[in-house]
Ligand binder design. Sequence first.
Ligand code: NAD
Length: 319
Amino acid sequence: MKIAIIDSCDNSYVTEPDIEREVLATKADVELYHVRNTSELPAQVLGYDGLISWHLVPLRAPFLGSLRQCRGIVRAAVGFDNIDLQAARERGIVVANVPDYGTEEVADHSLAMALNLLRRLPQGHAVVASGSWDWREVGPLPRLSQLDIGLIGFGRIGMAVAARFKAFGCRVRFYDPYVSSGVEKALGVRRCESLTGLLQGSDLVSIHAPLTEETRHLIGSRELEMLKGKYLINTARGPIIDCAALADAVSDHLLAGVALDVFEDEQAAIPMLFLQRNEVLLSPHVAFYSQAALPELRRKAAQVLLSLLEQGHHRNAIH
Ligand code: NAD
């Protein structure tokens, strides 16, 4: 069998396909390609049996339709919004993801962002760097145990984030129309039936939903208005927030703080406004990462692909 790892030239995730070759050993030949888009791939890839797909290279219908014998694609990630699932299905290709490598990391990163915003650590650092030791210059700090936290999306990461906020004594609520009734009882959190209810009742909102047609620009100017004086964190996917509306909100000092690990267009320059404001905290789509998570992700992606190719299925297959 032949397998291609399709990674991006910029911000690549895999330098050497050593882990994948170890997992697939005698079963398949593994080649690694660093490209900007699939048109840069050599023609022989169209005859490969399986693919491992990384974040920045979209797999769209024309490419998927031209694959001759591909039976499985594994998205080396949780989110699979860069793959045209319908086109893969029509070609008889099973697509799977790796949902269980970085839940703790993303949850920890969300909390790190929340604590930085709420305890105003960048502002505190700036005060000390300016030569002052005056605690009053840091600004107002809320008491964590008095806060209502709102989570959009209550899957693996949302639940892990809830557990962490609860450890700080916060009240946690979530909006997720697809989570079965009773999860709120099991985990001691509150369910909101509407996004509006969640936004209005929360001091800090953190996003943990996938990017879908339904969630694209879920947070626009109307929703941002409801977050006036509050905090917003996004470690899910950039396009869930309307970037132009967020820029307006930041420009108007509408929010108390905003932290983004993901951005609407991560290949374009970040608007200067976001870099100049000390109530804005950015990180370079790194929430998934730890020295343990990345090798685990690569190993699991190769294992899942092997199951797809040998058995035709895996429980991570996306339906
Ligand atoms: P998950 O599938 O376990 O949970 C997602 C939840 O969102 C589900 O419960 C689903 O019902 C809910 N949801 C779907 N549509 C919704 C909507 N319209 N409104 C509210 N909720 C909705 O996924 P997860 O493992 O918790 O990961 C969540 C997302 O985090 C992923 O889709 C991925 O895009 C993102 N992610 C980012 C990083 C990073 O490095 N920043 C790393 C991993 C995952």
